[in-house]
Design a binder for this molecule. Sequence first.
Ligand SMILES: [Zn+2]
Length: 330
Amino acid sequence: MYRFDEICGNARLLDHLQGALRTKRTSHAYLLAGGEGMGKKRIAQTFAMCLECEEGGTEPCGRCSSCRAFLAGSHPDIATVRPTKKTLGVDDIREQILEDVKLKQYHYPYKIYIVEQADTMTVQAQNALLKTLEEPPAYAVFLLLAQRMENFLPTVLSRTVVLKLRPLPERTVAEYLCRKKQVSPEEAGVLAAYAQGSIGRALSLLEEEGFAAMRQDILSKLERLPTAPLSEVLLWAKELEQYKGDPRFLDIMSLWYRDVLAAKRLGDPSFLIQQDKQREIFAAAVESTASLAKKAAAVEQARRALAANGNFRLTMEVMLMQLKEKESND
Ligand SMILES: [Zn+2]
């Protein structure tokens, strides 16, 4: 469904776009900035549909020839621009935008370019696009999608309306999963906690079998950690190498210690995020708060070391030793 009222959160940003549609005062260039899976593309597509819709309302009608062409994936005047390599180079901009934008729209009011990963534009690519942004043909609209803003030239930013998406509250993400995907409230809570305010990320976690398996593996290691011999625990550093490219395994560890600490301090299962692991979490909440906090910090330290390109195996060994450390007074 492409409708603004189906998009969760970011109400002010949507108000801005719908206000512009209502008053017919839309700009030639927008920059939608926000993390992965936060809905940039969905918002841009819905806005593009509205601009072209024959009803001219603040939601796409879904029935006119323009809306139907878009839904069929064959709209002649809405183009998606993507990098052909790792970055959007000057050739991409030239071939996919500059040569095309000279030609008038085929049938509908505007000619719209949805530019994915616009923050990967090279400096030359941005300069090439700049001229068109400065003097766009009356029918042209550019919707730039980006995760990071710092890669843009100030001259490009000054020619676009910058709209920043905000992460959604965990509860909103969880409710969405329950309502739209019939996920149980326990599972929805867990997925929302890992999704960092992004519905797209939560959906991919839900669909991705690997994530559930990874979580199971990490949690069973953390449960066994206090009783397993150190020699065995150190071997896990090698096993963890399978997650080398996927730092979410550290999110799983962080959330575990967060919940164990909550169980320890509050003693009330309703404060746990991982409702499906109540028993295991309470069983682990026997150490002192100080010791648990130290272990949570060890996970964060490992995260920083890996982000700074630290040696994976060594970082894991150091972290596992810290997690294994006994309290000095027992
Ligand atoms: Zn329509």
